[in-house]
Design a protein around this ligand. Structure first.
Ligand SMILES: [Zn+2]
Ligand SMILES: [Zn+2]
Length: 325
């Protein structure tokens, strides 16, 4: 199938996020796009999928829009929708940091993939992975530090406490598509850090760049859609059951555990998705991790109902995680 997945964001002052959201709903409805869009007074952040024609028409409409003309799109071909439904929401922030940050005025220096790769060699540089722990586990730049925080909102406190003595050193940040870097580097600049850089376009752009070809990145890049990951460098994560290289995440089959861990398709097929013996014996289990395995579609009604419950849970978890890209 000839589909495309779009990732984009733009920090731009929007006086009426509600009416923008309404317009977005209308466009996506007309074009048959699915995905998640967040609108706030600070801008727009979205990831949607649709037919190639629909996706291209959406990009064209955004380019003609008085406020969104500068939006950059990351476009990936895909064999169908990457989302089940459409959600357009108005929120206080497009990426939740919980700090008042003027992004357009303060964001750090953007580095193209090639420039970023060169900067990685600076022995003085601090490379910060500002994503979630489960994203970092799947793949990251060699030598990157992932601060021990649970959510993006906890970064300001950690950075204030831990980086106050390194203000002279260059700080490099990276994330999936760039949006989290825009906000966090702007925060760092506001806090008095002067040498702050970010990977322009994020890991997804770095992976596709013809010069760098994903160099110095180890593993896959976690994605917040049904693809779950895209390959960048050699796989570094291991299936917990057989220790073979695997970038495939699964939720434990025990609904009350639900732990996210690396589990290869072979092991899941042979032994199920319970993460331990006690989880295997648990009362409330689901048969399969269908969310992770489109190949399992078309099974019985009972399984489908179970899978639906698993998906509802997965969606609830996703919603807590917030970052779209
Ligand atoms: Zn395995
Ligand atoms: Zn478990």
């Amino acid at each position: 199938m000839d589909f495309q997945v779009l990732l984009y964001y733009l920090f731009v002052r929007l006086d009426s996020p509600e009416s923008i959201a309404e317009e977005q709903r209308q466009w996506c409805g007309e074009l048959g796009l699915k995905g998640r869009i967040i609108v706030a007074e600070e801008g727009i952040n979205g990831t949607v999928s649709g037919s190639r024609e629909a996706a291209q028409e959406y990009i064209a409409r955004m380019a003609r829009h008085p406020q969104f003309a500068n939006t950059e799109f990351k476009v990936d071909d895909h064999d169908g929708h990457a989302f089940k439904r459409l959600s357009v929401k108005v929120r206080p922030e497009i990426v939740t940091l919980g700090e008042s940050v003027d992004v357009p005025a303060n964001t750090g220096t953007h580095l193209k993939p090639k420039e970023f790769r060169e900067k990685l060699d600076d022995p003085n540089a601090l490379v910060l992975d500002i994503r979630n722990d489960y994203e970092y586990e799947m793949g990251r730049f060699a030598g990157a530090i992932r601060p021990p925080v649970k959510t993006f909102k906890e970064f300001p406190e950690w950075l204030r406490a831990e980086l106050k003595d390194v203000k002279g050193r260059p700080i490099l940040t990276y994330c999936t598509g760039g949006i989290r870097c825009e906000k966090l580097t702007a925060f760092l600049s506001q806090e008095g850090f002067e040498d702050v850089y970010q990977l322009h376009g994020g890991i997804v752009t770095y992976a596709k760049d013809p010069d760098v070809k994903g160099e110095k990145f180890e593993g896959d890049c976690f994605m917040f859609d049904e693809r779950l990951s895209v390959p960048v460098g050699p796989v570094v994560s291991l299936c917990e059951k057989c220790q073979a290289p695997s970038a495939r995440y699964a939720n434990c089959a025990n609904v009350d555990c639900n732990r996210l861990y690396f589990l290869c398709a072979e092991c899941e097929a042979a032994k199920g998705a319970a993460c331990s013996q006690s989880c295997e014996a648990a009362e409330r289990t689901r048969a399969r991790n269908a969310r992770l395995d489109p190949a399992l579609r078309g099974e019985g009604k009972r399984l489908r109902r179970r899978r639906h419950r698993a998906k509802v849970r997965a969606r609830a978890t996703e919603a807590q995680q917030t970052p779209t890209i």
